[in-house]
Design a protein around this ligand. Structure first.
Ligand SMILES: Nc1nc2c(c(=O)[nH]1)N[C@@H](CN(C=O)c1ccc(C(=O)N[C@@H](CCC(=O)O)C(=O)O)cc1)CN2
Ligand code: GAR
Length: 193
């Protein structure tokens, strides 16, 4: 079982999913601390209501000072919207979920609804999500798991977002379980790093 720090910037729907999957026994992990770079993030309120230690960290340094007080194996970026630099001991232990099939529609400026608007504008008939390890730039670390979703011609960006988030709710817990089973190094080695 992996001990997790969860970082978020927004509504905490991904945190909700983690909590539900842990409670039902399908996610082999524990949430040790929840931290946001947004002081009034709804996700922090949700974390407090669930009973998790919940903190606001104004910047990367503050976030890592908080993490230093907790025994965690991995850090999960759950709708965290800034470039993150982890403490050295966790440099290869940061997981992120992106709402597209990397390498499409990712990188600087691609987050949230911006991703789904770009997918719609391109006329894609398939989208999906990617769970990957984070390196020092956005969306380029070793891929852990991807899930694709079929799109209808009349899907609006909000419909795409809904379909993709349903896939995310399966993908992120499954990816964490795979990391628990196979180990962090398995994924960095298969990516050649
Ligand atoms: N070291 C890493 N940090 C983060 C990664 C990563 O892969 N490596 N992923 C992001 C999450 N993300 C995509 O999955 C992502 C989030 C935000 C942005 C972005 O362009 N952000 C804007 C600021 C947005 C805001 O403050 O509202 C920006 O940097 O100008 C791109 C991709 C999390 N961190
Ligand atoms: N590029 C990063 C990105 O767009 N992340 C997206 O933020 C949402 C989670 O927010 P929430 O859990 O706070 O609702 C998720 O859809 C995730 O893909």
């Amino acid at each position: 079982m992996l001990k997790m720090a969860v970082l978020l910037s927004g509504s905490g729907r991904t945190l909700d999913n983690f909590h539900e999957r842990i409670e039902e026994g399908s996610l082999s992990a524990s949430i040790e601390v929840v931290i946001s770079n947004v002081q009034d993030a709804l996700g922090l309120t949700k974390a407090e209501n669930y009973g998790y230690p919940a903190y606001y960290g104004v910047n990367n340094e503050a976030i890592n000072q908080i993490i230093a007080n907790f025994d965690v194996d991995i850090i999960c970026l759950a709708g965290y919207l800034k470039l993150y630099t982890p403490p050295a001991r966790l440099q290869r232990a940061v997981l992120n979920i992106h709402p597209s099939l990397i390498p499409a529609f990712c990188g600087d400026g691609f987050y949230g609804s911006r991703v789904h608007r770009a997918v719609k504008a391109k006329g894609c008939t398939v989208s999906g999500c990617t769970v990957h390890f984070a390196n020092e730039v956005y969306d380029e670390g070793p891929i852990i798991l991807q899930k694709s979703v079929a799109l209808d011609y009349d899907d609006e960006p909000s419909d795409i977002a809904s379909r993709v988030f349903d896939a995310e709710c399966e993908a992120f817990p499954e990816a964490i379980n795979r990391v628990d089973e196979l180990g962090i190094d398995f994924f960095w080695k298969r990516s050649g790093k």
